[in-house]
Design a protein around this ligand. Sequence first.
Ligand SMILES: NC(=O)C1=CN([C@@H]2O[C@H](COP(=O)(O)OP(=O)(O)OC[C@H]3O[C@@H](n4cnc5c(N)ncnc54)[C@H](OP(=O)(O)O)[C@@H]3O)[C@@H](O)[C@H]2O)C=CC1
Ligand SMILES: CC(C)CCC[C@@H](C)[C@H]1CC[C@H]2C3=C(CC[C@]12C)[C@@]1(C)CCC(=O)C[C@@H]1CC3
Length: 345
Amino acid sequence: MATRVRPSNKRCAVIGGSGFLGRHLVEKLLDRGYSVSVFDIRQSYELSGVTFHQGDLCDKQALLPAMKDVSLVFHCASPAPASDDRGLFERVNIQGTRTVIQACIEAGVQKLVLTSSASVVFEGTDIKNGREDLPYAKKPIDYYTETKIEQEKLVLEACDKEKGFLTVAIRPHGIFGPRDPQLVPILVDTARRGKMKFIIGDGTNLVDFTFVENVVYGHILAAERLRSDSPICGKPYHITNDEPVRFWDFMSEVLVGLGYAAPRYHLPYTLVYGLALLLWLLALILRPLVSFKPTFTPMRVALAGTHHYYSCDRAKQDLGYKPVVSLKDGIARTVQSYPHLRQGA
Ligand SMILES: NC(=O)C1=CN([C@@H]2O[C@H](COP(=O)(O)OP(=O)(O)OC[C@H]3O[C@@H](n4cnc5c(N)ncnc54)[C@H](OP(=O)(O)O)[C@@H]3O)[C@@H](O)[C@H]2O)C=CC1
Ligand SMILES: CC(C)CCC[C@@H](C)[C@H]1CC[C@H]2C3=C(CC[C@]12C)[C@@]1(C)CCC(=O)C[C@@H]1CC3
């Protein structure tokens, strides 16, 4: 009888390992002595100790070789939230996640850690110190969020202690840090086009921004604590910097750090949201004729003008989580890492 190689505890796969969070996770896993197999639609770097498998996660046959002899899988791939391609989100986040689960089970993987999002409970209105028991958004703000909800449900429902397949979901919020492709680049692009002069609302809304290394730490703690006798099986966990900050203070600190002026003039939230909605509708109607992408989408306006911060007490209690990098240090390291985005560069 052929003996099955028992997957090594220190061998894992990162789906989405070429992306912003994925690559930081891979680097930390290597530091901690793991050998890593990366599965991604693109290969963005080379690193010793990492085996790359390029492919679409919707393709089980492509996934299986990346999971060979692997006991632990991190799934942090998703189309970019800025896309408005509903079909793509459904195919990758929902069908693709089903395929990931099937491939894990077929390959004998024991643990699956999903990168979900705290936004799965956000409907565009204030959330203050939201806990994990808030209901999923009934009216998600976009297709990205809609499909992240389904994705999280699929992964958590697949947790099966009897079969030895354990799952957990990490819900980060507003990840930032070196190599982030969206938050700082979008902010700087908006500033360079002279559109970062206005504060939406009164500017006092509190938001979580989470330094990427804290998000990575939360993932690794969850993976290492995931055992059939632990309380974390099949549960979601908020991972934040645990330092809610005024949205506009955070934006101003990054902008000023990079040499741009901080926004100063206030605009009423409802006015900007209404205009963003109108523009979004216009873009939809005119899509067959002209294609334009408004800067202030309803989703961005909602994120910029409301409170949305989350409690990470559950992660502190069950995972022993505590942020490893403060917001102040995270911002300083982020600003330093973008010399090419400085004013005048
Ligand atoms: N950034 C944030 O603020 C937050 C992110 N998250 C979640 O964290 C995770 C990582 O996000 P982030 O690192 O910012 O995103 P990135 O876009 O940087 O990384 C995602 C990676 O997945 C790849 N990918 C996309 N589709 C497929 C596919 N079909 N098959 C294989 N690989 C694919 C992407 O390739 P390509 O770039 O070519 O599409 C990219 O390399 C996501 O699940 C996201 O939902 C949650 C909360 C906040
Ligand atoms: C144009 C400006 C008013 C705002 C520019 C900054 C935004 C690009 C970012 C501010 C909050 C960010 C955020 C996300 C993406 C980038 C921002 C909108 C997410 C939607 C990314 C994916 C998630 O799961 C949730 C994030 C919430 C915060």
